[in-house]
Each structure stands twice: as C-alpha cells, then as structure tokens.
Design a protein around this ligand. Structure first.
Ligand code: NDP
Length: 278
C-alpha cells in the first residue's frame, strides 16, 4: 500500500491540498495517497481520536487547517521552534509512534514574497496587519530575512504586543502598534494583510499612507480576486499586489519535502491554482 497523507479541517470541501500534493507526487514520482478529512467541531476529543487513528492505521503525515491548528499543536509530542512561536501546527509527521508538529505557513509566505515575487525582505520596512495564527507563524521567517523594521498592527493591540514580547528584545526593528498609530509611521515597502478581514469582505482600518507605490501589498487570503485591502493598495498606486495562492503552494511544498525528502517544483502548480485578481 502507498504511504498515506491527509488534510484535516472543517469545513474542508474547499481544500486544494489533495490536488496540490497529488501534483507534487506525480511530478516527483512518489507513491503516496492524500485525502481530505472533515474533522469534528464538537469540543470532545474527536479530533485527537481521528489523528491518532490515522497514524495508527499507517498514516505518515497530515496537514491541519482551520479550526484545528491549535489542537494539533497541543497533541504533538515534539514541536518545531516556529510551531512553538505560532502556538499552532499546520503539518504533522508520524514517526516511531510519535507526533511531530511543524508550521510552514510563515516560511511559505516568506518564500512566495522573496523567491516567487522577487521581493527580498532584507533591509525593507515591513508592516504586518493582524496577530492571529498566520501572522504568528510568519514572524520568525520574516525576522530571519533581516528587515529594517517589522511592525505588527492589530485591532487588539495587546495581542500584537504579547507576540512581539515572546520573540524577545534583541530585534530592534520589531514592534507592535494599533491601527491608529500607522498614519504617523510613514511608508512601508511591504504591507501584508494577515488578518481574516477579507474572508468577510471587510477592510482592516489601515490608512493608505502606509503604502509605497514601488512597494508590495500581499493578501494572505486567496482566490478572492481584488479584496478591499488589495483595492486600497491599488488605489494608493501600489504596483505589486498579490494574493496568498503562492503561500498556499509553498507551505505545501515545505510539508512535502519534510515528509518525502524531495522538494517539488512549485511554479506550475501556482499557475494552475491562480485566480486572476482582475
Ligand atoms: P486568526 O483567526 O488566527 O486571526 C485573525 C486576525 O485577523 C486577528 O489578528 C484579528 O484581529 C484580525 N481581524 C479579523 N477581522 C478583522 C477586521 N475586520 N479588521 C481588522 N482585523 C481583523 O486567522 P489566521 O491568522 O489563521 O488567518 C488569517 C488570514 O490568513 C485568513 O484570511 C486566512 O484565510 C489566511 N491564511 C492563508 C494561508 C495561505 O496559505 N494563503 C494560510 C493561513 C491563513 P483581533 O486579534 O484584533 O481580533
């Protein structure tokens, strides 16, 4: 029997992960299957039972999506540093009876911006909107890229401050603020919308003055064409606007490499999944 993998979430019908991993497996000639599992929303241990059952039946790994990333992190026996900072796992590996947790969302986002879009973060002024799971996962990979500034703006300022405090005082250019502080901070080279506002067609209260015309505006949500955030950036004259489809494929490639020891090529898969913004 081929090695088995799955993605678990709820809802899960929309997931692109089986398609992405199927294309990766075909391209790298890996014998594996990858299915979608709808996880239970009840607060009992149904989620944990499904994950442990999948592993006991010979499963090798799982991707985890909303709303189970925190629970997946909690049930793991081992956790990577970036999973620890995010407090969340988006990938699990089952080996020698143990569950290992990883979080590739941040590295996927960083690779998409730096490699696919060709925008190095080194020395740049970077603004991250949001301090939820995706923003938390992005913090260490962003800092590793060496930006001049990394500002985390969140509605609930204390959440952003707690996140920054967790990383420690050594990163001088890292700080948290509220949206009301942004107007006085000048322009940023890269503005990342890591809030979930776009999922409901909302716009985080970000002033247009943060955008730089030669900069980049990145929306983590994908497949939603020009979201209010991307529209605001366009109207502010930003030339480089992108959504999160590349991040989705890049985080999948990281998980695939972690599980299978071979990193698949991503550009054809990104092209296939891209919904044009206009
Ligand atoms: P969380 O629920 O963990 O965090 C939500 C964040 O959004 C919080 O910071 C919250 O602020 C903020 N927020 C929600 N609504 C608004 C609003 N109307 N205005 C301003 N801020 C708002 O979500 P995730 O971090 O898991 O996901 C964030 C986004 O990233 C989603 O769109 C998700 O689809 C996307 N994503 C994309 C991935 C990809 O591969 N492309 C992977 C993972 C996520 P507060 O704390 O103040 O409530």
């Amino acid at each position: 029997m081929s090695d088995q993998y799955a993605v678990i979430g709820n809802p899960i019908a929309h997931t692109k992960s089986p398609l992405i991993h199927g294309l990766f497996a075909e391209a790298t000639r890996q014998q594996m299957s990858y299915v979608a599992i709808e996880g239970p929303l009840d607060p009992d241990d149904g989620f944990e039972r499904i994950v442990r059952g999948f592993a006991a039946d010979g499963g090798k790994g799982m991707n985890v999506t909303a709303p189970f990333k925190l629970r997946a992190f909690a049930l793991a026996d081992e956790r990577s540093e970036r999973a620890k900072l995010a407090g969340a796992a988006n990938a699990l590996k089952f080996e020698n009876g143990r569950i290992v947790a990883e979080n590739f969302d941040g590295i996927g986002l960083t690779r998409d911006i730096e490699v696919n879009l060709g925008v190095p973060l080194t020395g740049k002024r970077v603004l991250m909107l949001g301090a939820g799971g995706a923003a938390r996962g992005a913090l260490l990979p962003f800092l590793a890229a060496g930006p001049a500034d990394l500002v985390v703006a969140n509605r609930d300022v204390s959440k952003g401050e707690a996140l920054v405090a967790q990383v420690g005082p050594h990163d001088a250019g890292l700080h948290a603020c509220g949206y009301g502080d942004l107007a006085a901070m000048g322009r940023f080279d890269v503005v990342v919308n890591a809030t979930s506002a776009s999922l409901t067609g909302e716009l985080p209260p970000v002033p247009p003055s943060v955008f730089s015309p030669y900069g980049t505006a990145y929306e983590l949500a994908y497949g939603k064409r020009l979201t209010p955030f991307l529209r605001l950036a366009r109207n502010a004259g930003v030339l480089g606007v992108a959504d999160g489809v590349g991040m989705l494929v890049e985080q999948a490639a990281e998980a695939f490499a972690w599980w299978r020891g071979v990193r698949p090529e991503t550009s054809a898969v990104i092209d296939r999944l891209t919904v044009p913004l206009d």
